[in-house]
Design a protein around this ligand. Structure first.
Ligand SMILES: NC(=O)c1ccc[n+]([C@@H]2O[C@H](COP(=O)([O-])OP(=O)(O)OC[C@H]3O[C@@H](n4cnc5c(N)ncnc54)[C@H](O)[C@@H]3O)[C@@H](O)[C@H]2O)c1
Length: 416
């Protein structure tokens, strides 16, 4: 692009955007020059966080169009809720096509969309506008994932043969904003929200680093979803109270547990397995990400709660509930793991550094909207499998039009 520094604008200034902002201290050659959030106060707060971290002047914009139009903005990171993807992307593309502004590229948070039709629209829009595109799947960029993959493939696979099994899990006690819990807004329950990470990181680990994504092909998907905790009387009441009465988990729950097995074939027809499990009903210290990669003579494992730092507080230590030790923290006393640098551990640093350098070099990132679309296709096949209680041969007919029952507000396992 000829530029030496990238000016980035964030759409959405909430929980996730703040992870990006804090990670920016490790990003070179780019500044956070703008924030747009539908809620003005949230944008102002996010902007002041950016300023306090000295990662950019973060002007507060009043619309997506105004942000695209500003010459200090070269690229946009979409960090607003899932149900806003299409409207946000359409506004970006309209602003470019009407000649109001210019951009190099757009990055979009996970999941790319709520279903395949929307994901395909995101891909079509970004291509139509001629923009570079990055899919913000941070777990692929976790330093342990990157390093583990490198070592396993260089030593283990090189000498004993390729890995055949990857496992990934993401679990915590439930999301922080009410919209995540509403199937129609979010696109599903925990499978759409968190298994998007797990299927992609497991696929990434199983893929030969010297080969493209297409070197392994998904052939079957078998999934299972349940509502284990949050439909219980006590917990559905909590959700109702936290959402001013909007969430109705007695009648309109979203799944809080999901597991899926994705069977792949490599170029030699060899079977590979991805095994994923996710839940919003894990009550441990906080967010737990785990990954494993197994091959004929080796294995690797990651568990983000296996921290090197642990603190202990006796029952006499009193303090407010917070998230200062680990994301989605559930307790403040006893023996507690502390993630020293969450932005780094969860992959935000490396992800943002990588996306910025791709955009400055005018190169399409290796994790892009097509990957986001592939993830959505796998998840939708997963919902089909769970609804039909059978293994789905991939890709199944009707995948493009499929909208899970939970995303239609029609899923209720207690009324089967
Ligand atoms: N990579 C990860 O691990 C990770 C973690 C959390 C969230 N996310 C993703 O990031 C996105 C945002 O999640 P969050 O946790 O920040 O949610 P959040 O509810 O904390 O914040 C969302 C923000 O977007 C704003 N907003 C709503 N509609 C908007 C619109 N049309 N335009 C601009 N702003 C709008 C809201 O006012 C809110 O401040 C979601 O897609 C989510 O899936 C990813």
């Amino acid at each position: 692009m000829g530029k030496k520094r990238l000016g980035v604008g964030m759409i959405g200034g909430g929980f996730n955007a703040r992870f990006h902002i804090r990670s920016w201290v490790s990003v070179r050659d780019a500044d956070i020059n703008g924030i747009y959030d539908k809620n003005y106060d949230t944008a102002v707060e996010a902007s002041s966080i950016a300023k306090s971290y000295n990662v950019g002047e973060a002007k507060v914009f009043k619309s997506v169009t105004e942000m695209v139009t500003d010459p200090s903005i070269d690229a946009i990171w979409i960090c607003s809720p899932n149900f806003t993807r299409i409207e946000v992307m359409e506004e970006i593309v309209n602003a470019i096509e009407s000649g109001k502004g210019k951009l190099v590229g757009v990055c979009c948070e996970k999941p790319l969309a709520r279903n395949v039709a929307e994901a395909k629209k995101m891909v079509a829009l970004v291509k139509r506008a001629g923009l570079l595109d990055g899919y913000l799947e941070n777990q692929v960029f976790e330093p342990t994932v990157q390093r583990g993959k490198e070592i396993i493939w260089k030593r283990g696979a090189f000498s004993a043969g390729r890995p055949y099994l990857a496992r990934a899990a993401e679990e915590h006690g439930g999301p922080h904003s009410p919209w995540f819990w509403e199937g129609t807004l979010q696109g599903g329950g925990v499978m759409n929200d968190m298994m998007c990470h797990s299927v992609e990181v497991a696929r990434f680990l199983l893929t030969d680093p010297a080969k493209p994504r297409t070197s392994i092909t998904p052939v079957k998907v078998t999934a299972h979803v349940e509502s284990l905790k949050w439909q219980r009387e006590k917990y559905s009441e909590i959700l109702k109270n936290n959402s001013s009465g909007k969430l109705d988990y007695k009648n309109r729950p979203a799944e809080d547990y999901a597991r899926a097995v994705v069977e792949y074939k490599d170029e030699n027809g060899q079977k590979l397995i991805v095994e994923t499990t996710t839940s919003w009903c894990y009550v441990g210290a906080g967010l737990r990400l785990s990954m494993e990669l197994l091959g004929p003579e080796y294995s690797m494992q990651i568990n983000t709660l296996d921290t090197d730092l642990k603190v202990f507080f006796s029952r006499d230590v009193q303090g407010k509930a917070g998230e200062d030790l680990v994301e989605k923290q559930n307790a403040e006393i006893g023996l507690m793991p502390v993630v020293g640098n969450e932005e780094n551990t969860y992959g935000y640093d490396v992800e943002n550094r990588y996306m910025v350098s791709c955009f400055l070099e005018g190169k399409r990132p290796m994790e892009n909207f097509d990957d986001g679309l592939n993830v959505t296709e796998l998840l939708m096949a997963g919902y089909m499998s769970a609804e039909q209680e059978k293994t789905i041969v991939f890709p199944p007919p009707g995948l493009d039009e499929f909208v899970p029952l939970v995303a239609q507000g029609k899923w209720n396992p207690t009324k089967k």
